[in-house]
Ligand binder design. Structure first.
Ligand code: UD2
Ligand code: MN
Length: 287
């Protein structure tokens, strides 16, 4: 009837903003990677709450940000399962409007974490009007759900207390693991470098960019910022690159040329699973 329609309309237009402190957070979490988990098990548990592509929107309030979670990836399928198993419920409790993007490097060339993140930024923006980007390793799971996967007034470093560093920062300028930048903050630093091939240094270059653009680093405290990293060996084709450390003294000169402004890659495939959007990209990696 006419009256019922009225009621429904009123209800959907009066959804309030989600609160700054999500009410259903639980605090410290038990995290372990010994359990054997399969993608199908995780799908069964989580997918009723998600939309295709690994997307979620809280039903009862309007999120203040549209978050893209971007993960640089190649050949870490077991880690992906653990990550999805733990992160989706956390992100849902945080009442985020979010989408998970797995950016998969095509081929066997040298890995490039930061360039994959840049490609993830561009591809995510084609999918949805995101205004916040959380860049994460596939092997890092937060041990406290109060560590919010959203953006702050300054670029945020989230992985401040990892088990492998004895739950401390390894050094004060450390920016590795998990970080969050708003669209504005990301564009202000011309995105991430594309030229750090192999392991190491790209996170320090990003840190330099942030400081050179006059921003500071926001961080959770060492209690809420605890992380567990899945134990792993160094991957094939991601050897430490001795050239990378040397580039760090030149970030100020290189950052305007090397970044989102100079990014070149091609999309090979986009696959939407219920748990994530999987984007395979050719980033012109040297062999
Ligand atoms: C550290 C940093 C990481 C990055 C890296 C240097 C931590 C926890 N993280 O990670 O943010 O700065 O050093 O580059 O200290 N990956 C794949 N497949 C590969 C290789 C890498 O998926 O073959 C991805 C994956 O998401 C992984 C990430 O790249 O978590 C970083 O590589 P890593 O885990 O081997 O390096 P790690 O733990 O030293
Ligand atoms: Mn790792």
């Amino acid at each position: 009837s006419h009256e019922e329609t009225q009621v429904t309309t009123t209800k959907s237009t009066t959804l309030g903003r989600c609160p700054d402190n999500p009410p259903t957070l639980v605090g410290p979490l038990h995290v372990e990677f010994e359990s054997k988990r399969t993608l199908d098990q995780v799908r069964e548990i989580i997918s009723p709450r998600l939309q295709e592509g690994g997307r979620y929107k809280p039903p009862d309030c309007v999120s203040q940000q549209k978050v893209a979670i971007i993960i640089a990836f190649r050949n870490r399928h077991e880690h992906l399962i653990h990550w999805l198993y733990y992160l989706h419920p956390i992100l849902i409790r945080q009442q985020l409007d979010y989408t998970v993007y797995i950016v998969n490097q095509d081929g066997e060339g040298v890995f490039n974490r930061a360039k994959l993140m840049n490609a993830g930024y561009v591809e995510a923006m084609k999918q949805y009007d995101h205004d916040c980007f959380v860049f994460s390793d596939i092997d890092l799971v937060p041990m406290d759900d109060r560590n919010l996967y959203r953006c702050f007034d300054n670029p945020r470093h989230l992985a401040v207390a990892m088990d492998k560093f004895n739950f401390h920062l390894p050094y004060s300028n450390f920016f590795g693991g998990v970080s969050a930048l708003s669209k504005r903050q990301y564009l202000k630093i011309n995105g991430f470098p594309n030229t750090f091939w192999g392991w190491g240094g790209e996170d320090d270059d990003i840190y330099n960019r942030i400081v050179y653009r006059g921003m500071s680093i926001s961080r959770p405290n060492l209690v809420m910022g605890k992380y567990k990293m899945i134990k792993h060996k160094r991957d094939l084709h991601n050897e430490p690159n001795p050239k990378n450390a040397g580039k760090l003294s030149r970030t100020r000169q290189t950052m305007d040329k090397d970044g989102i402004s100079s990014l070149k890659y091609t999309v090979k495939e986009i696959k939407k699973d219920i748990l994530y959007t999987f984007i395979t990209v050719d980033i012109e990696a040297p062999l």
